[in-house]
Write a protein that binds this ligand. Structure first.
Ligand code: BT5
Length: 266
């Protein structure tokens, strides 16, 4: 029975009913949490739902993704029930110029939840990779669908060294986290995300006014460092990562960068 949820006792399945009881409804924005055994990509599924008019607050969690997406056509892969793989559908009523803060907000939510539940000193690599000891613990993918944003979050939890898709990755287990139970981590993450989102929307997306920018700067492993940036057109630049601006862009020397891959230099 290779697909039985009980084949690996270290990796119990998530319990949809309990998650809904704890998180859906009253405190918003989460309306319903759906847990599926497998899908291609939770982001692809919620993007289709967004196109079909689904309201804000849908949460889709998959125990296994067979075609998990990264940024720029890259892949995200994880063994079944070893990680959290989820997407949320949001329709933020904030000015378009400020919406690019949303993926950064998700990074703050994940890093904060990881710190609280596991004790790991999680940090953010711009824009929103979550690192533990300099290795990638979590990746976030924000996709815009009309006025909706689908936020996808992958967090490696009980992944073992030989299961890592790339050597620069890590998991809660490998980083020595105090707790490798996915359930409390998922609850903390969705609560943190809901709280930050509510305050950010209340301030019309102004990241400075609502304290989000300060929270992001506190968790950033990128600011204050020498970095190399590979831009989407494959050109590169190097410089000192000085700050994050009002649109969530990374300021490197004289340039404000809205998308790219960062390498932290010594
Ligand atoms: C990301 O892309 O880091 C965004 C990943 C988002 C995944 C979530 S899971 C739920 C939701 N549904 C989806 O389909 N996606 C989202 P990027 O920065 O482009 O990084 C991708 C790169 O990270 C890959 O090319 C690999 O090098 C590496 N990678 C792949 N799987 C990984 C893992 N499990 N842990 C750490 N690194 C990984």
């Amino acid at each position: 029975m290779p697909d039985s949820p009980y084949t690996d006792l270290d990796r119990p399945p998530l319990r949809e009913v309990a998650l809904n009881r704890a998180l859906a409804g009253e405190h918003g924005p989460w309306r319903e949490i759906i847990v599926v055994e497998r899908t291609t990509s939770t982001n692809a599924d919620l993007a289709a739902a967004a196109r079909a008019g689904e309201a804000e607050g849908a949460v889709l969690v998959a125990e296994l993704q067979t075609a998990g997406r990264g940024r720029r056509e890259r892949r995200w892969s994880a063994p079944p029930r070893a990680s959290l793989a989820l997407s949320v559908l949001l329709r933020p009523g904030v000015p378009v110029a400020r919406r690019s803060w949303l993926p950064l907000l998700a990074g703050v939510a994940v890093a904060s939840a990881v710190r609280r539940v596991t004790g790991i000193d999680a940090e953010l690599k711009w824009p929103n990779d979550v690192l533990a000891e300099g290795r990638k613990l979590s990746g976030i993918l924000a996709e815009q669908v009309g006025d909706a944003i689908v936020l996808g979050i992958g967090v490696n939890v009980s992944t073992k060294e030989h299961e890592l898709p790339v050597p620069e990755a890590t998991s809660v287990l490998l980083a020595g986290g105090a707790n490798t139970d996915r359930d409390p981590l998922l609850r903390a993450l969705l609560r943190e995300l809901a709280d930050l989102y509510r305050v950010w929307c209340h301030h019309a997306g102004d990241a400075e006014a609502c304290g989000l920018a300060a929270g992001y700067r506190r968790l950033s492993a990128t600011l204050g460092r020498a970095v190399r940036v590979e831009l989407p057109d494959h050109t590169a630049l190097a410089g000192h990562a000085a700050d994050i601006d009002a649109a969530g862009r990374l300021v490197v020397g004289e340039q404000a960068i809205s998308a790219g891959d960062i390498e932290h230099l010594r």
